[in-house]
Write a protein that binds this ligand. Structure first.
Ligand code: CAA
Length: 285
């Protein structure tokens, strides 16, 4: 991989966390069959010692990193993965150990805006689940657009063991994906969601041999990147409306997003190229 950024964040013992591990994030251009793809960024969560536990300051770092990539001119697709044996083992339990209700209420303490960053971004994110994907880690993954899981990944919401609930989108997203009864079973029992079952319910897109996880993710990203960024962004915007509104509102939003594309260079070129029976020259404009 061609490493382009290493973003570090040395945590200090404060009231958010007492974990002295060093969090960092690696950002690399994807390489596939000896070719570098600058339009595909691989973002790796890198705190092996704590299994990428998501403390507030690590989440802020993830947020800032993804936002920066989302607004650069180069990137079209992002792959989010973790180092070692975890994608992310959930919220930083040590960090929240001293927080009481007064603290979280006064600070309106909530994971949702930062954990849902991928959902709010323009560019699609493929979550490549390399290992433990628990609690807030699973919520981070569910907020992504496509999820590939290594055959060594394990998925669960263990929050009930801590007297908590999946509080960063888990109760909402898993219920929408699996249906009320099945999601209830996993959240109430905290048991692992079998990968095959997760795939059958559409919680994840596919299960991939562990050593092929990144390669498969890049290959999928390349298939997406062949097309105009304007269409990619428009489809993501429009499809989110299917989750956020009723059918009538969604259809209206889709119509306006569709109409907006008629002004792009890539639409003009795509249609012209079809008529002239040649491949289009995509400009992402
Ligand atoms: N927070 C803080 N530290 C964590 C952590 C977490 N979520 N998960 C793991 N770690 C730390 C461990 O404390 C340990 O550190 P030390 O070596 O300093 O003791 C290190 O990472 C390695 O962990 P284990 O020794 O436990 O590794 P393991 O392979 O035996 O077990 C595991 C792995 C099954 C994932 C286990 O670590 C575990 O159960 N972790 C907690 C998972 C969890 O409950 N997540 C939900 C958090 S709450 C939440 O996410 C709320 C929300 O919805 C936002």
């Amino acid at each position: 991989m061609e490493r382009i950024l290493l973003i570090k964040n040395q945590l200090s013992g404060n009231n958010q966390t007492n974990n002295k591990n060093e969090n960092s994030i690696l950002v690399e251009n994807a390489v596939f069959k000896d070719k570098t793809y600058k339009e595909i960024k691989i973002v790796t969560l890198n705190n092996q010692k704590s299994l990428n536990a998501l403390g507030k300051s690590f989440l802020n770092l993830i947020y800032e990193t993804l936002l920066k990539i989302d607004t650069d001119d180069e990137t079209k697709v992002i792959i989010l993965t973790g180092i070692g044996k975890a994608f992310a083992a959930g919220a930083d339990i040590k960090g929240i150990s001293k927080n009481d209700y007064a603290f979280v209420a006064k600070n309106d303490w909530d994971f949702l805006p930062i954990e849902n960053i991928s959902y709010h971004m323009n560019k699609p994110i493929i979550a490549a689940l390399n290992g433990f994907t628990f609690g807030g880690g699973l919520e981070l993954a569910l907020a992504c657009d496509i999820i590939l899981a290594s055959d060594k990944a394990s998925l669960a919401f263990p929050e009930h063991k801590l007297g908590l609930i999946p509080g960063a989108g888990g109760t909402q997203r898993l219920t929408r994906l699996m249906g009320y009864h099945k999601a209830m079973e996993f959240i109430l029992t905290t048991k692992n969601i079998k990968l095959e079952e997760a795939k059958n319910f559409g919680v994840i897109n596919d299960i991939v041999p562990h050593d092929k996880l990144i390669e498969t993710s890049i290959s999928l990203a390349i298939d997406i990147c062949k097309f105009s960024l304007m269409s990619i962004i428009a489809s993501k915007k429009s499809m989110k409306m299917a989750l956020e509104t009723n059918l009538y509102g969604g259809l209206k939003a889709e119509k306006y997003i569709f109409q907006g594309l008629f002004n792009t260079e890539d639409k003009k070129e795509g249609v012209k190229a079809f008529i002239e029976k040649r491949p289009p020259q995509i400009k992402d404009k």
